[in-house]
Design a protein. Structure first.
Length: 131
């Protein structure tokens, strides 16, 4: 799949999926950091810091090396299904957008320690966004 022969939808799906994977990796790192910080009750802060650094590097090293392979696998699947079903690329984009919403909810939970639902969104965005 060379970039010169890809449709704009495939390029958008490729970029969207890569961004989504990077957000998921960042979420994994944040959750990992919270878990590692919990070790400070039992281990010296210096050792907790070193453990956290090693785990973050290992996570990024292994997961980032798979982004291209995962992206190509998703695109191959989309293109093959797109040949048999009409609007398959649009459906995949809709799925990716829903996954972005899921990532938003998980980020909100990790950062503010509170789950929100779709019904809470209008209230969250109707107030002042900048204080």
């Amino acid at each position: 799949m060379s970039n010169g022969h890809q449709s704009w939808q495939v390029r958008v799906i490729r970029v969207s999926f890569r961004v989504l994977v990077l957000l998921v990796i960042d979420l994994a790192v944040q959750v990992l950091n919270l878990q590692v910080m919990g070790l400070q009750k039992y281990i010296a802060p210096v050792l907790v810091t070193l453990i956290g650094m090693v785990l973050v590097v290992a996570l990024f090293y292994f997961l980032i090396s798979y982004i291209e392979a995962m992206t190509n696998a998703v695109l191959k699947y989309v293109i093959e299904l797109g040949k048999t079903f009409k609007y398959r690329k649009t459906a995949v984009m809709l799925i990716i957008v829903l996954l972005y919403f899921g990532a938003f909810f998980v980020y909100y939970r990790v950062w503010f320690n509170k789950w929100i639902s779709f019904t809470d969104l209008p209230a969250l965005f109707s107030g002042k966004l900048i204080r």
